[in-house]
Design a protein around this ligand. Structure first.
Ligand SMILES: *Cc1c(COP(=O)(O)O)cnc(C)c1O
Length: 397
């Protein structure tokens, strides 16, 4: 069919460049060990930091919610989709984070599409435009939210507060208002944004501040996230996050001052025009907040496991980059080597994903290793032994 020739051409190009995505199929819940494409392997790939994705208390809460509330809300939040569960979760999340209010949306991706265009854009009548100051390595969902807003996007160098100062000085006077937006933890390298210094610069210029804490929630600040880690609660304007990673369920959250959240509730299109999250998911998120408020045991176990795995990989002689978090990049250089490494690990019973261009820069291909609180010491040793064997075989160590 000639009308689809463009698809064939683009698919050919993706195939030639080795960029075609091939979906692996999981045959079991997200946990330390999983059935992947029919084979039982040690899982070092998921964002299930605290092991909550298959936790009995979350599963019990979800089952009870189905009995009590049914399976779907059958409405958007602004019409008939706001259930007691949603309101309760929002209040609990706000209290947990130490902010005035929070909004629960369908996903983290959605949260960025919801909040950024609510705060900045282009005024249709006057044509006046706002400006977004965005870290060079920000997540795709921030980039898409920023583009959707219609505001001017100005990129500053990765984690560089001096460069932020420079671009604000050059650009802010030409625009109506400004928004700083940065990932908290960068998911490819595991490094942490210098939130205190970025905040000081933005604040000095009256620029609104927003952080995407998808990989910091449940991980940094005793589980409360990056804003707590830097002691900035109540100061940072917007904390956006996800309930799909450390929380183990699904959904996004926008948290901050009441004046901001109230406004987002009026303006955010994914909130206004797409149905609410299911009762089962919402109840499971509430159970996750309960667990995190009761104790920091899971967070501590995650960090202990991180020390074992990251330290073990470094001791074996691998280059583990400059991660400050449980995300461990094992730097391998060229994409074909990373792919072969991942394939050999899988044969050895370890599931760890290779990442290459365009997800990471050319020549910086890697295996990204994610441990969780659900892994035992024996699990981690099994993983390290496999890395050792494959690393020697492929001449990496
Ligand atoms: C995963 C991720 C998201 C998206 O969250 P979902 O809940 O999976 O939609 C947003 N931002 C960052 C930085 C992420 O890593």
């Amino acid at each position: 069919m000639t009308k689809f020739a463009f698809i064939r051409d683009d698919m050919d190009r993706l195939r030639e460049e080795g960029l075609l995505i091939n979906l692996r199929v999981m045959g079991s819940p997200a946990d330390a060990w999983m059935i992947v494409d029919g084979k039982r392997v040690l899982n070092l790939c998921t964002n299930n930091y605290l092991g909550l994705a298959n936790h009995p208390r979350l599963k019990e809460a979800a089952k009870r919610a189905v009995d009590e509330w049914g399976v779907g809300p059958a409405a958007v939040r602004s019409i008939a989709g706001t259930q007691t569960l949603h309101v309760e979760l929002e209040q609990r999340l706000a209290a947990f984070k130490g902010v005035e209010d929070a909004l629960y949306v369908q996903s983290g991706f959605c949260a960025n599409q919801a909040v950024i265009p609510a705060l900045v854009g282009r005024d249709r009548e006057s044509g006046q435009q706002d400006v977004i100051f965005s870290d060079r390595l920000n997540h795709a969902s921030i980039i898409d939210g920023a583009r959707l807003s219609g505001a001017k996007i100005v990129v500053y160098e990765h984690c560089d507060a001096d460069d932020l100062e420079r671009v604000i000085g050059e650009n802010l006077p030409n625009y109506r208002r400004g928004l700083l937006v940065t990932d908290g933890v960068f998911s490819m390298d595991g490094d942490v944004a210098p939130l205190d210094r970025l905040y000081a610069v933005a604040e000095r210029h009256g620029v609104m501040t927003m952080v995407d804490d998808a990989h910091g929630e449940g991980v940094l600040g005793g589980g409360k996230g990056i804003v707590h880690h830097f002691g900035l609660q109540g100061q940072f304007d917007v904390e956006m996050g996800t309930l799909s990673k450390a929380f183990g369920v699904v959904g996004g959250v926008i948290a901050g001052a009441r004046v901001v959240i109230d406004y987002v509730r009026q303006r955010a299109r994914p909130f206004l025009f797409s149905s609410a999250v299911t009762p089962a998911d919402t109840a499971a998120c509430l159970a996750a907040v309960d667990l995190l408020e009761e104790s920091e045991d899971l967070v501590n176990r995650l960090w202990q496991n991180t020390a074992v795995l990251k330290g073990g990989l470094a001791d074996l002689g691998f280059d583990v980059g400059h991660s400050e978090t449980p995300i461990v990049p094992v730097m391998l250089g060229e994409a074909p080597l990373a792919k072969e490494f991942s394939r050999r690990l899988f044969e050895e019973g370890v599931f760890a994903m290779a990442l290459g261009f365009p997800t990471v820069p050319r020549g910086k291909a890697r295996i990204r290793v994610m441990n969780t609180a659900a892994h035992s010491r024996e699990d981690l040793q099994f993983g390290l032994d496999a890395f050792s064997r494959v690393g020697k075989e492929l001449g990496v160590i």
